[in-house]
Design a protein around this ligand. Structure first.
Ligand SMILES: Cc1cc2nc3c(=O)[nH]c(=O)nc-3n(C[C@H](O)[C@H](O)[C@H](O)COP(=O)(O)O)c2cc1C
Length: 152
């Protein structure tokens, strides 16, 4: 019953990226939301065990790549393995945002953010970021809506 109710909370699918010096990483996230208009703030909820959690704490910046309906495989690539063990960008084209975070050119759009606050939230941490830059990359594409069947 609870599981069915949670299906009513609709999420997109995103790849959240960051850079610390020469190290880049990205992870798939569904728990992403705009939380303020003035200033423009977006939050992403990340479990402390993720390598991305460690890196974003260190860098203070992250980018959100909005995946398209053609990018379920990209969501899997960034969502099942940790950057501690593999370089998830191997063989993948990317461009660099103002903050240094990698951007996937085939994404529908991206947001480039600097962390303005973090909050513990149960077994996750909410990273709130102010939008420094944003761009639509694939205006003809459709943003991907999370469906359990695509991923599990
Ligand atoms: C569709 C999908 C959505 C996910 N959403 C989140 C999320 O919102 N927050 C989170 O902490 N992990 C989420 N994950 C799990 C991380 O992407 C996964 O643990 C990843 O391997 C972490 O990579 P890292 O250790 O390189 O940071 C999601 C995974 C998938 C497949």
């Amino acid at each position: 019953m609870l599981d069915i109710a949670f299906r009513g909370l609709v999420h997109g699918v995103y790849v959240v990226t960051t850079r610390v010096g020469e190290r880049i990483n990205g992870m798939t996230a569904a728990w992403v939301s705009q939380v303020s208009l003035h200033p423009l703030l977006i939050m992403v909820s990340i479990a402390p065990a993720r390598y991305s959690h460690e890196l974003i704490k260190e860098s203070g910046v992250f980018a959100i790549n909005v995946l398209t309906t053609e990018q379920v495989e990209v969501g899997k690539r960034f969502g099942y393995k940790s950057g501690r063990k593999v370089d998830k960008f191997v063989g993948l084209e990317y461009i660099t945002a103002v903050t240094g975070s990698p951007i996937l050119p085939q994404a529908y759009a991206y947001f480039d953010l600097k962390v303005t606050a973090t909050f513990p939230a149960g077994d996750h941490t909410l990273f709130v970021g102010e939008v420094l830059d944003a761009k639509i990359l694939q205006p003809e594409a459709q943003a991907l809506v999370f469906k359990k069947a695509d991923f599990f």
